[in-house]
Design a protein around this ligand. Structure first.
Ligand SMILES: [Zn+2]
Length: 202
């Protein structure tokens, strides 16, 4: 395998990137001037060095100092701590936040069941999810996974887990209202659609 193929193979692992796009990325990089490559390398290592995972919602954030373990949302005292919204990935959290209609907390699951490749299985935060719901007083848990077959399968799994560890939960479990195109993703839904889906949740 030559160096361009090797690079393309790395890009192939990126979300939504197929083998043709991966190859285009590799050629694009190969043709960039040296200083642009250096800029990219330092941006990649900076993001790795400066960010960490919030221990509550598992979003990535940039802490002020090494002692900070919660992201700005989780440590914001103005947020409603009784409301938890479960999303698949960081981009979904960003989409929901952009509506400014949700004032609760989040939990990033890290994926959905059948979309995951074998080596991604360990990224689904089932144990963390159990701990999160066990030790809190939520009044509502919103399962905001994508309306795809994988999202629905995962929603059922989460609800079964909730019933299993909390047979009589003192919170209600809700879902986003319809409106997000079937098979579509929160990440690509416009703000108004998301707002309506949040407000109409049941
Ligand atoms: Zn957080």
């Amino acid at each position: 395998m030559n160096s361009i193929e090797k690079l393309a193979q790395l890009f192939r692992k990126f979300p939504t990137v197929g083998s043709r796009t991966a190859m285009r990325f590799a050629y694009y990089l190969a043709k960039l001037p040296k200083e642009k490559i250096d800029e990219l390398i330092s941006a990649v290592s900076e993001v790795k060095n400066k960010t960490k995972l919030c221990k509550m919602c598992f979003d990535l954030f940039e802490p002020f100092d090494s002692a900070q373990s919660l992201c700005p949302i989780c440590q914001n005292s103005a947020r409603n701590k009784n409301l938890l919204c479960i999303v698949e990935k960081e981009a979904d959290l960003i989409s929901l936040e952009s509506t400014k209609k949700f004032n609760g907390l989040y939990f990033i699951l890290g994926g959905t069941i059948s979309t995951m490749r074998k080596d991604d299985m360990c990224h689904l935060r089932i144990e963390e999810f159990k701990n999160r719901i066990k030790n809190n007083n939520f009044s509502e848990i919103i399962v905001a996974l994508n309306p795809t077959p994988e999202g629905r399968t995962t929603s059922v799994l989460l609800e079964n887990i909730i019933k299993e560890i909390l047979p009589n939960p003192n919170f209600k479990i809700t879902h986003l209202a319809r409106g997000i195109p079937v098979g579509g993703e929160l990440e690509y839904a416009d703000e108004e659609t998301l707002e309506n889906a949040l407000e109409g949740r049941k």
